[in-house]
Write a protein that binds this ligand. Sequence first.
Ligand code: BES
Ligand code: ZN
Ligand code: MN
Length: 487
Amino acid sequence: MDVRLGDGASAPVRLITCFEDEQPCLKGLPEPLAQLVGEAAESEAFAKKFGTSLVLTPGQREAPRHIVLMGLGKASEFNAEKARRAAGKAFKEARKLKGAGLAIDCAGMMDKLDPRELGRALAEGVSLAAYKFDKYIADRKENPVKEVIIQGEGLEQGVNQGLVLAEATNLARRLTDEPANVMTPAHLAREAEEAGAKYGFSVQVRDEAGIRALGMEAFLAVAGASDNPPRLIVIRYQGDPGSDQVLALVGKGLTYDSGGLSLKTREGMNGMKGDMAGGAAVIGAMAAIAGLKVKANVLGIVAACENMVSGKAYRVNDIVGSMAGKSIEVLSTDAEGRLTLADAVYYAVTVEKATQVLDIATLTGAALVTFGKITTAVLANDDAFYAKLQKAAELAGEGIWRLPHGDEFKELIKSDLADLRNTSKDGAGTITGGLFVGAFVKDKPWLHLDIAGTAWASSEGDYHPKGATGVGVRTMFHLANTMSKGE
Ligand code: BES
Ligand code: ZN
Ligand code: MN
């Protein structure tokens, strides 16, 4: 599907929007149609509430064959997220109508949003809504919508940015949706290399021997039971060679999480192919950052492995080492993500000299219990860094919420037998999971995003199908982008 700016006069489906307290903008519509749409907008059938729509089919041969009249709610409450959702809804209407082309007439929205934000949101909305993971279905249906034409002045920069951001998000979704029998650690590493060649970042992959040479004993303990060997994926992008600042994005890369010897239940294991969603989001974010040539130095790290069961599996009550030299008492082999991330973030701040660290992980079921699939749980040791994340998440249309992290929580992961234990002594699952990772960042400004709830949708939304959401890709892009501007 081709999404571009232009004149949508010949597109078979046209979107016309209308705010609650206004008339629809009918500029450019031929007279009989303008009257039809004007009357429909005033009819009982059309409430103008956000997300409501009415499809008008005037029965003419020439374009537009169908007009989707969509309510956008109160003009004063309009924002980029609503534009993104409206564009996603419009794409789905066009798909239902089997229209080969959709024109999005922006005339009514132009004065409500900054043109850059509007263009970005519309391009994202349609491209994200068009994503499907259907490669394994023999008689999959083709997308009938071949082109989307966005019509409006000054939207170019935003549309171009939105297209890359949606493509990067869809890349992360695809990596996550792919089943674990295909998406092994080695396969994920190859995908990162391919993305590097396409978007312009370098990728270095270390195999098991290379990981051992680094002393990553915690990571290797988790990886040990699998016949699919681990990979440490290191992505480097130098957009600002003159600066010594390096932002590290570290993603959890469990290509499958069976729980290990602390085996998950049948129901609990369902979905665990997606336990590398954080790693996929990092690869997607690096694609967007490099693709849009952000002026910042950004490092992406994914410690990819599989948590399985065998005679080589690590055990409950084992005490394992780590690259940082801290010893870890294992109380559940299912709390594996933090072990892999501990070595990954430590590697980022020591070997790679990262000056700021963000980790993103499907870390705790407790995050899903607390925030459902709506909001990503965040820990932050630095208020200014968190403020930047808030701004970035707002631009991305992704919800975040910061949790407390005081010293009383740190007590919960102290062990009698080792430096740390990998589960909490008493509750606070999301906070203690995050703090465990935070114990390895050497006091660098640090953000921890627990996406266990938000990485996976159990039903379709306005711009995502059921399945992987690609959450975090656009937030991480905007974080790197705002940091590069010193904002
Ligand atoms: N990958 C899971 C977390 C998860 C659960 C993600 C549900 C998505 C949906 C993680 O490795 C895990 O198993 N966490 C345990 C930690 C516990 C043993 C301390 C959990 O949340 O139960
Ligand atoms: Zn896991
Ligand atoms: Mn687990």
